[in-house]
Design a protein. Structure first.
Length: 360
């Protein structure tokens, strides 16, 4: 899991590629063949920009015909975004094996029996799937793979959100520092002992203007939260192990809320022995409008209390209720209680409807 997560962020930073990620993901299942599948309801041809294990002929046949008769597609269009599923979750096997798709493409051409996948993006006209076809009929093995996809989902979503915010396509080799600079997100590469190796322009500006970290004269990085500093030390240690990215929500001295994401990067073993591990730190300011200005506007316009305005402001900045609970040191239920009060005042019944009204 940690290796795959590192490859996901490596795609974002230009340190790896989608191909490397798909190749490694395909290895997690017997006879695995993996693809990014872009489904456009307005196009009769399926698009698979990156694949691993499939032959050109298999991809060509799928794109031109078998994608249209894929019995999993209707179920995929209903499955929750971000939740890993197996083929059997979508179509019972006794039905699948009677289909043209199974007999003429999945079994005969691809040499597979089923698949595991996840919906990364779903919009009215298009959907992006990540799918691995496999020869495995072991229900337990395939279910563990689906759970792995679910665990990877938040990191895939983060990367795709950042790429889309920068208005670029999923091309390999993008320069991560330049990409994140374009959308005002800081990127810092740190080695053992918290020594900064490099940082982009956005990170430099944040360090100078009150972000919840600081750069000492000796080139070492410091944090407001001791827990974040401890996690960085663990991730950057030569004796440490790859682990899940660490995410924390911290308010800076500029009164802006920041999300810090720490990821230990996957690198060449020899270079890591020579130079030590590298940890990437993504620094995301959660608003482009001063918090006090936005909250005053919400209080005046919608007659919200200061606490309600703070929560509504957080939603506009892209925070989830769990994010806000973590940042404020309160329970999730406390945030939910305030949200219910906001819903009642504005006569809405969902976060999506609330955000839509607040943005008018």
């Amino acid at each position: 899991m940690a290796e795959l997560t590192g490859l996901v962020y490596g795609c974002l930073f230009g340190k790896s590629s989608w191909q490397a990620f798909l190749d490694r993901l395909a290895e997690t299942l017997p006879g695995g063949k993996t693809a990014l599948h872009y489904h456009d309801v307005t196009s009769p041809v399926a698009h698979l920009p990156y694949t691993s294990g499939f032959s050109d002929a298999e991809i060509d046949q799928f794109s031109k015909h078998f994608a249209l008769v894929n019995p999993w597609l209707p179920g995929n269009m209903q499955a929750p975004v971000g939740q890993g599923v197996t083929g059997e979750d979508l179509v019972p096997r006794d039905q699948l094996i009677r289909t043209e798709f199974y007999n003429d493409w999945l079994k005969r051409q691809a040499g597979c029996e089923t698949a595991v996948g996840i919906t990364m993006i779903r919009e009215p006209t298009h959907t992006l799937f990540l799918v691995t076809c496999t020869s495995s009929l072991d229900v337990a093995v395939n279910r563990r793979a689906a759970d792995l996809y679910t665990a990877l989902s938040p990191h895939l979503k983060r990367m795709v959100d950042l790429l889309r915010k920068a208005h670029i396509t999923l091309e390999p080799g993008q320069a991560g520092q330049t990409l994140l600079d374009a959308i005002g997100v800081g990127l810092i590469y740190v080695s053992e002992n918290r020594v900064v190796r490099s940082l982009n322009g956005s990170a430099e500006r944040m360090l100078a203007s009150g972000a919840p970290l600081r750069l000492a004269a000796d080139g070492r990085l410091g944090f407001q939260l001791p827990q974040t500093a401890e996690k960085l030390d663990q991730l950057a240690s030569r004796h440490g192990v790859h682990s899940e990215p660490h995410v924390s929500m911290i308010k800076g001295s500029d009164d802006v809320l920041y999300r810090l994401t720490l990821i230990r990067m996957t690198s060449d073993l020899f270079l890591e022995l020579l130079n030590g591990p590298t940890v990437a730190i993504i620094v995301e300011p959660m608003t482009t409008e001063r918090p006090d200005v936005r909250q005053e506007r919400l209080m005046e316009t919608f007659k919200l209390t200061p606490k309600e305005a703070r929560i509504a402001s957080g939603l506009l900045a892209g925070l989830s209720p769990k994010d806000m609970a973590l940042a404020d040191g309160v329970s999730y239920e406390t945030i939910r209680t305030h949200l219910k009060s906001i819903y009642a005042k504005l006569h809405v019944n969902s976060q999506a409807a609330l955000v839509a009204m607040l943005m008018r």
